[in-house]
Write a protein that binds this ligand. Structure first.
Ligand code: AOS
Ligand code: ZN
Ligand code: ZN
Length: 426
């Protein structure tokens, strides 16, 4: 399906009047408050979030999976879908591959396709949480932490292979998420499992190309329900420090026990120069992987407020690898991703509106009320016209979800790919 700039521009015509009405009003108000709109629009356009290759089809739960018609069935088609998202939103300019689900058959062709659609290859993800067909060793009792050296070696080798694949495509980071842990007390020796994990990660780290980063993701539980080897940011940070300068912690929003102060975690990691990547999603209970901003938008804003502070004040921290890590069980995955991208940009834009100087002064005065007012002043601003303007200026849709529907994208995909396609991967 070929979604051209012209299609989008034509569709934008319907929304132009309403857009300029609200945008001019907002721009005027923000300029009067001293904000530099040109800069904010540029920051919004520059902010690109990677789409994981496994997100383009219906996810499902262990209770079943309801297929969504017209799903991509090859890596080429997955990249096509991200191309659609990027054309409409102008903020999905990267793909995060999962190996072995997405091993390219023709590297050159894949690179050309991505290049043509303006899509970069962000961090690559390894998989030692499933047994692969014909694999010699099983990960049932862990991978990098397994008590068997043969299993650990196989898992290390897999990660080294993933680096090789990513390197051919232009990726610059490897994300490691481990399911390793135990489901019952006594099953694992915590110390041995942690030490093996550290040793294995060091072996992988040694295989990183010079300009690559290693991103270590943590998660408190699931699929193991008693203990997880890399359970929290502390464990991840210790392991990253044990590897070296190019190893960082990756924060996935869904990987915290209820009420954890995630904004404080990202702040301190940035201070230490150790926050490397970020997975967006939202949750009510645990790792629900719901649409970003659908449950706790204020928490997301507070996190972005710290991220913005870090990006401005912590040169010791690298540029972050941003990715959406959600599951699409009942919505059209592309519509769901459009909603997530919008929520991310919205939280980012609001965080950019926080008056940092006034906040600092209010903090120095211990004026608690003022501090809260300053944050909520930014949060309560309806920034959607800003996002629309940023998209419009870069050739995207004023209203991506409306354009997606009025241009009948899903119907066209179904026509092209048929009703019974099943996404590869999960
Ligand atoms: C799992 O819960 C993690 O969020 C991972 O980041 C990711 O979803 C997995 O590695 C799929 O590749
Ligand atoms: Zn994740
Ligand atoms: Zn997760």
């Amino acid at each position: 399906m070929n979604l051209t700039k012209q299609h989008i521009q034509d569709d934008n015509k319907k929304h132009l009047d309403a857009h300029y009405n609200s945008y001019n009003h907002l721009a005027d108000a923000l300029t009067k408050k001293g904000h530099n709109l040109e800069l904010i629009l540029k920051q919004l356009s520059d902010f690109q979030v990677a789409i994981p290759s496994w997100a383009l089809g219906a996810g499902g739960t262990r209770f079943g999976r309801f297929s969504f018609y017209g799903e991509p069935s090859s890596l080429e088609q997955k990249i096509d879908d991200i191309g659609i998202l990027h054309s409409l939103t102008q903020t999905a300019g990267a793909v995060s591959l999962h190996i072995p689900w997405d091993i390219p058959s023709d590297y050159q062709a894949i690179k050309e396709k991505a290049d043509h659609l303006n899509i970069k290859f962000d961090a690559v993800n390894s998989n030692t949480f499933q047994d692969q067909t014909n694999a010699k060793e099983s990960y049932k009792f862990g991978s990098l932490s397994n008590t068997s050296k043969a299993v650990r070696d196989q898992a290390i080798q897999h990660n080294l292979d993933v680096i090789k694949i990513g390197n051919e495509l232009g990726s610059k980071a490897l994300t490691v998420w481990l399911a390793d842990g135990s489901s019952f007390p006594g099953q694992n020796n915590f110390q041995t499992a942690f030490q093996y994990t550290q040793d294995s990660l060091i072996e992988i780290y040694k295989g990183l190309p010079k300009d690559w980063n290693l991103l270590i993701e943590y998660k408190p539980y699931e699929p193991n329900f008693y203990s997880t080897v890399i359970q929290d940011w502390g464990a991840s940070l210790m392991l990253a420090n044990g590897c070296g300068d190019k190893a960082y912690t990756l924060v996935d929003l869904g990987h915290h026990l209820p009420n954890t102060n995630i904004e404080q975690i990202v702040a301190i990691l940035q201070l230490k120069g150790k926050l490397g990547g970020f997975h967006f999603n939202d949750s009510k209970y645990g790792d629900d992987d719901l649409t970003v901003g659908s449950i706790k938008p204020y928490a997301l804003f507070l996190i972005f407020n710290e991220l913005v502070y870090g990006m401005e004040n912590n040169p010791q921290n690298p540029d972050l690898a941003w990715m959406i890590d959600a599951s699409h069980n009942i919505k059209d995955p592309l519509e769901d991703l459009i909603q997530s991208l919008e929520a991310i940009q919205e939280a980012y834009a609001k965080a950019l509106l926080v008056d940092q100087t006034a906040l600092k002064n209010a903090q120095l005065d211990n004026d608690v009320v003022k501090c809260q007012e300053l944050l909520q002043e930014a949060y309560r601003t309806d920034v959607r016209p800003l996002l629309a303007e940023a998209r419009l200026q870069t050739g995207g849709a004023i209203s991506p979800i409306n354009s997606y529907r009025s241009l009948s994208v899903r119907d066209l995909l179904i026509k092209e790919r048929g009703k019974n396609t099943l996404a590869t991967g999960l």
